[in-house]
Design a protein around this ligand. Structure first.
Ligand SMILES: [Zn+2]
Length: 438
């Protein structure tokens, strides 16, 4: 990357791939144990998304009707049968004959269940027998929610106004170096209780230390059965040091044989290499606001590193200084010809999402938003009212090597990860530079 100060710039792009999946699961921590909502009868249908408003209007007329919006269709349900008065007369109704629930995560669906709809990292499923609801950081089953949008897809089409960022530093993301760092990180089994995690932590801290302007430290924390450390790299803002922007990714990994082989290339060397890629850009263009890059650990066991760090930050009473938290977890896989990214967050971040959409100038990158957040390092921040957004590739449910010893760097898409990193860098550019210093 050229060592020069700011100037205005363009961007480059490209695409492709394909795959399938599924896996085993273990619900270690059962945070809920309930019986399924009694919805064993009634009828349902699915409609194209273009019919969403008609379906909503229809559902509102009766308390026993509801809808769920997925990625490509809207599901709707009706407890009883009313001849006539159908929202979309051409659709085929089916009888439900089962129990509805939401399934979170990329693990195998419960036995005997069927997927009715999906959106983001969540699927609406139906089962023949009532389910036990159980949920942990890797996902699980939750009760039925009515009238929800699982995902909002925003294709970068002419209908969406994107002006691009005035501080479009994303062009300086080094795609080749990002992939090289994914290869380096995935050479270690980075299990939170293994040996390799120490070497990977030292490697990560050393990479940050090579960059001018960063103060690098470790943040030790306790977790069940041992301790661990986050890696912190802080770049103090030139004129607004009290305005803090966090960029985070967990560097620990897991697999079916985690003490021996857990390369975690997609999950989450892709995101950790992303931390370095973004940090290198801002090392060349020092920001007016403060940037803190955090490599979290203990994520796979229950978000221990991000929980401990957030708790410590709040203890100091300065939560208001965090203006945004951008988390990366799995940014390097594409399962089809589309290059897409999911921004998972809560309604708290809507103003930030609007800024991100404005900065989004890559017509090939499809952005979706989900407001039902769970299971990564954005969660402790959002739970405490701090605006945080998870950036995750949108074929997450299809990654065949998720939490496997086969999650290796050769499965990474060479352009998707860098596209996501450019969007993040351009978005940050809008926030961390004073307009007057341009
Ligand atoms: Zn992860």
């Amino acid at each position: 990357m050229p060592r020069k100060r700011r100037s205005p710039f363009p961007q480059t792009l490209s695409l492709s791939l394909n795959a399938v999946l599924t896996l085993t699961l273990s619900f270690i921590m059962l945070t809920q144990l309930l019986t399924a909502t009694a919805l064993a009868e009634g009828r349902y249908a699915k409609a194209p998304l273009s019919e969403l408003s008609a379906v909503k209007a229809w559902a509102l007329k009766d308390a026993e009707r509801f809808w769920v919006k997925g990625e490509s269709e809207v599901f709707f349900y009706d407890k009883s049968s009313y001849p006539g008065n159908e929202p979309i007369p051409s659709l085929q109704w089916k009888s439900l004959d089962g129990f509805l629930a939401f399934f979170y995560g990329a693990l195998a669906l419960p036995e005997g269940s069927e997927e009715l709809l999906r959106g983001g990292r969540i699927r609406l499923i139906v089962t023949k027998t009532p389910l036990t609801f159980a949920f942990d950081t890797h996902g699980g089953v939750k009760p039925l929610k009515k009238n929800v949008e699982l995902v909002t897809a925003k294709v970068n089409s002419p209908g969406i106004e994107t002006t691009g960022s005035p501080f479009a530093l994303g062009q300086w993301i080094d795609a080749g170096r990002w992939h090289k760092d994914v290869v380096s990180l995935s050479s270690w089994s980075r299990y939170s209780y293994g040996e390799g995690i120490n070497a990977s932590r030292i490697w990560l801290a050393d990479r940050f230390r090579e960059l001018p302007g960063f103060q690098v430290s470790e943040f030790p924390f306790a977790m069940p059965g041992g301790g661990n450390s986050n890696v912190i790299a802080r770049m103090e803002g030139k004129s607004r040091p009290e305005d803090v922007y966090i960029i985070g990714a967990h560097y620990d990994s897991i697999s079916e044989i985690p003490t021996r082989t857990a390369p975690g290339a997609e999950d989450n060397a892709s995101g950790v290499a992303g931390l370095l890629a973004i940090a290198r850009v801002f090392a060349d263009y020092p920001p007016d606001a403060t940037l803190i890059f955090v490599g979290f650990s203990g994520e796979e066991q229950g978000l221990y590193g991000s929980r401990a760090w957030t708790r410590d930050w709040l203890k100091n009473g300065n939560e208001k200084t965090i203006k945004a938290v951008l988390i990366m977890d799995m940014i390097g896989y594409s399962g089809d010809d589309e290059q897409d990214v999911l921004l998972e967050t809560s309604a708290l971040t809507k103003p930030l999402l609007a800024d991100i959409q404005r900065a989004h100038a890559d017509a090939e990158l499809i952005v979706s938003e989900s407001f039902d957040y769970w299971g990564s390092d954005h969660e402790p921040f959002l739970d405490n009212g701090i605006p945080a957004i998870l950036f995750i590739e949108d074929d997450y449910l299809d990654y065949p090597y998720y939490h496997r010893s086969t999650d290796t760097a050769d499965h990474m898409h060479l352009t998707l990860g860098p596209k996501i990193l450019r969007l993040m860098t351009d978005s940050l550019g809008q926030w961390v530079f004073d307009a007057t210093t341009n």
